[in-house]
Design a protein around this ligand. Structure first.
Ligand code: F6R
Length: 364
């Protein structure tokens, strides 16, 4: 079943160009350069707030989507971990949309949050990978990811497929609200359709990332930095590393470093910086340089232009293709997944079945 791959996680990382393309096919009409969401039996333009609820990696996909919903559709997003949401007596707006994201569709806290929102009269949408799951059945609007079965406990391909669906949904919302004209919609569709090729280009760096795993494997702590829609990728990178290599890792919004975490920096803490070229590049790099000035050992993940501008003095660099900022979170998921994977393999951990973890968390 694993074919030529050593682990399911590795196979699933490499499936991403195919499954993201597959997922995009059901949410875009490439010929007409339009987004095409399933029929909705509610008026999306009347939605004045989105409540987004998920756990773990699915939560990080939601955090990326918050940037998109707010930027494109100008709709405020309230996002929370399902385990917090359930018990904090959230204030739900009249006529609000509650959006749940889950690979398995069975995560106990997320499912309970969904049922709570249903009782509160919210419209329920769910981005789910397992089509026969409870969440898939109970949603008013089901937005399936077409990632196929995900076996590795660490979620990889489900995450990038969730991002693909959420980007299409945010664009659809913006179009319906009259905030995105035909030309802008065509551009978004074009950029999304570039994602599979860019994911392939990112995967081409597998060998190089494998070779740098020995730089990270001995570390006790690792930090990940990112900004804007790439900040959740820093959180996701840290989660991946923690769960399969058992190295303590934290993700931070790069602008937060100086508010505390920079005190952790010495030459033994690798700092993985996600900084694609774009409007936030300079800001992220300046935070990275503050880390370097304190002896921090940086791995810069950027495109050629970014690496030329800021790669000097880094412990290592990983060159990504040049991508539009919209698809950067999808493409930059690949190097963080591969880095975690190769560090775990170097450490000899059980990559597909990390200790203490289950694929589907059906208890609270
Ligand atoms: C991390 C991981 C978990 C899941 C989380 C939610 O790699 O796999 O953090 O993302 O348990 O699971 P789902 O998406 O099935 O609700």
């Amino acid at each position: 079943e694993k074919g030529d791959y050593r682990h399911f996680m590795q196979k699933e990382i490499f499936e991403q160009p195919t499954v993201v393309a597959q997922t995009l096919r059901s949410y875009l009409r490439p010929g007409e350069q339009r987004v095409a969401l399933p029929q909705m039996d509610f008026d999306i333009t009347a939605i004045n707030r989105i409540t987004l609820v998920a756990c773990g990696t699915s939560y990080y996909a939601g955090l990326v989507a918050k940037y998109w919903f707010e930027q494109f559709a100008r709709v405020p997003v309230d996002i929370d971990f399902a385990s917090e949401f359930r018990y904090r007596e959230p204030i739900l707006p009249e006529g609000g949309l509650a959006l749940f994201i889950s690979q398995s569709g069975e995560t106990a806290d997320t499912l309970a949050a969904l049922r709570h929102c249903r009782e509160q009269g919210q419209t329920i949408a769910a981005v789910v990978n397992v089509p026969t799951s409870s969440m898939a059945r109970e949603a008013d609007l089901l937005l399936p990811t077409h990632a196929g079965p995900e076996i590795g406990v660490a979620s990889t391909k489900a995450f990038t497929c969730q991002l693909a669906v959420l980007a299409a949904l945010a664009a659809h919302f913006a179009v319906k609200k009259g905030l995105m004209d035909r030309e802008e919609e065509a551009e978004v569709v074009e950029h999304l359709l570039e994602a599979p090729a860019c994911l392939n280009a990112a995967l081409d760096h597998d060998e190089e990332i494998k070779e740098m795993a020995h730089l990270i494997a001995p570390a006790r702590d690792v930090l990940y930095l990112g900004r804007g829609a790439d900040f959740p990728l820093a959180l996701e990178g840290a989660l991946k590393l923690k769960e399969i290599s058992y190295i303590h890792a934290e993700g931070y919004a790069s602008g937060e470093m100086k508010h505390g975490p920079i005190a952790l920096i010495d030459d033994k803490v690798p700092v993985i910086t996600l900084a694609p070229s774009g409007p936030l590049f300079e800001k992220t790099v300046s935070n990275m340089q503050e880390v370097q000035a304190r002896g921090g050992q940086v791995v810069l993940i950027s495109d050629r232009k970014g690496i030329e501008a800021a790669g000097e003095g880094c412990m290592a660099t990983i060159e990504m293709p040049k991508v539009h900022p919209l698809i950067a979170p999808l493409v930059y998921a690949v190097p963080v997944q591969l880095l975690a994977y190769h560090v775990a393999v170097a450490k000899g951990t059980d990559v597909d079945q990390p200790r203490n973890l289950a694929k589907s968390v059906t208890v609270e």
